[in-house]
Design a protein around this ligand. Structure first.
Ligand code: PA5
Length: 431
């Protein structure tokens, strides 16, 4: 999924990067982390690493997805954090700022509880042509349950008790919980979420894949891409050839050696814009514990080149960078067709396309950061499709759990988030 692992290694070790000795030490620790991860995978303790091998869990989803595709103009997905960001990231492949790309319903991922947005949603959408998916692993997240109960009367009115189950699907873990009870009382379909896969690791489970299927994406290819990453990581002795081990070594090594406390993820293409949102949660919620962790920053290609790049180059030297793009040279609309002959001030655009500009901008940012002594790696993707996105997401999940092992924190819990949830419930009772 990236042309050459060296691409992600060399800039990190160059000027402004990591000392070779520290890098090698960290890399050696990764070897042990990977052995432990493999044992946990094989014993079934870490099923997110085995997801790519699964097939049968998607059969029910396929039926639901076909029905939503055939009957709905819109599908609202309720959920927050890991119950929303995975699906949203995958949907980026099938949609644009102007709506879905290849037919199929328009998906709306609603994770905030802003009442204004819900008022607009009910005004804008034809509920009689809208499907609803409600995702909450615990089934007790106040925001998600409240969103559901707020929208339910409109769906009950549009569909009546008999047809409600055809348009509302609930995803939650199998154990009894308030959302499951509500769904059962209403006679709704409840899909089981694997209790051993936490929200931020469930992008390739039914949580992310049901929306992806409704959007018409090839979910087998998503899982294939992820499977290749797991296979590559677990079947080599050469840690320098495992991009997730390299990334984890560099991130934790730079923290040790240079106190690099922020990590910027900067995809250049709109289809990958939400990857940064998803990554923010994955990295922050998995590593930010016991006074440890580094802060993820989400940036987008040329947009932030014209805003945050000032800080990146000229501000504090406390960041590392991941630039993600694929070669779009020669693609897209030509930008020189209206240039009058003899017009010199824009002559650098002659013979160029929008795709040229995008790729050259990504190259320029990477090189400028490297020349200014900022640790930067680039992921030069072969293409942007389901397989690549499956690979990228698995890569980042692996990189995160290996980093957690190197930092000595548990990547799978989120005590501070749980504290916030409990506090919200208490205040709702008290205020
Ligand atoms: O990664 C996590 O565990 C959290 O961010 C959850 O995804 C988020 O809090 C939503 O939880 P739930 O799916 O239980 O509603």
């Amino acid at each position: 999924y990236i042309h050459d692992a060296k691409l992600c290694l060399e800039p990190f070790l160059g000027e402004g990067g990591l000392k070779q000795g520290i890098f090698e030490e960290q890399l050696e620790s990764c070897r042990q982390s990977i052995v432990r991860l493999k044992e946990d995978k094989d014993s079934g303790r870490l099923p997110f690493l085995s997801i790519p091998e699964q097939r049968d869990d998607l059969v029910v989803c396929q039926t639901i997805a076909s029905s939503y595709r055939a009957n709905c103009s819109d599908v609202v997905v309720l959920g927050t954090g890991g119950s929303s960001l995975g699906g949203r990231t995958l949907y980026g492949l099938a949609s644009s700022a102007f709506g879905p790309i290849n037919g199929g319903p328009h998906l709306h991922f609603i994770d905030n509880i802003d009442p204004h947005s819900f008022d607009i949603l009910l005004k804008k959408l034809d509920i009689s042509k809208t499907g609803l998916i409600v995702v909450s692993k615990s089934g007790s997240t106040a925001e998600t349950v409240a969103q559901f109960m707020a929208l339910l009367p409109a769906f009950q009115k549009a569909y009546g008790p008999e047809k409600l189950a055809e348009r509302i699907t609930v995803i939650t873990e199998p154990r009894p919980n308030p959302l499951r009870k509500l769904a059962r009382d209403l006679g709704l379909e409840c899909l089981d979420q694997n209790p051993l896969i936490g929200g931020r690791f469930c992008i390739l489970t039914i949580v992310g894949l049901l929306p992806a299927m409704i959007a018409g994406l090839d979910v087998a290819a998503l899982r294939n891409g992820a499977a290749k990453v797991v296979e590559q990581a677990f079947n080599t002795e050469e840690m320098a050839k495992v991009p997730a081990a390299v990334g984890a070594s560099v991130a934790t090594g730079l923290l040790r050696q240079r106190n690099i406390r922020q990590t910027v993820i900067m995809p250049y293409e709109d289809r990958l814009a939400n990857l940064g949102l998803w990554y923010n949660q994955l990295w922050a919620e998995s590593l930010g514990k016991e006074g440890k962790g580094t802060t993820p920053i989400r940036a987008l290609g040329t947009v932030d080149q014209h805003s945050q790049l000032q800080l990146y180059l000229d501000g504090p030297q406390d960041k590392m960078f991941t630039v993600i793009y694929h070669d779009t040279k020669g693609q897209g609309l030509p930008v020189d067709s209206v240039l009058p002959k003899g017009e010199d001030s824009l002559s650098y655009l002659r013979g160029r396309t929008l795709g040229d500009l995008l790729t050259i901008s990504a190259e320029a940012t990477t090189q400028t950061l490297a020349r200014n002594g900022r640790p930067v790696r680039k992921f030069l993707l072969e293409k942007i499709d389901e397989e690549t996105l499956g690979a990228l997401t698995m890569h980042f999940m692996l990189e995160t759990v290996i980093s957690a092992d190197l930092l000595g924190v548990n990547p799978y819990d989120q005590p501070a988030v749980e504290q916030g949830k409990m506090l919200a419930r208490r205040l709702l009772k008290e205020l």
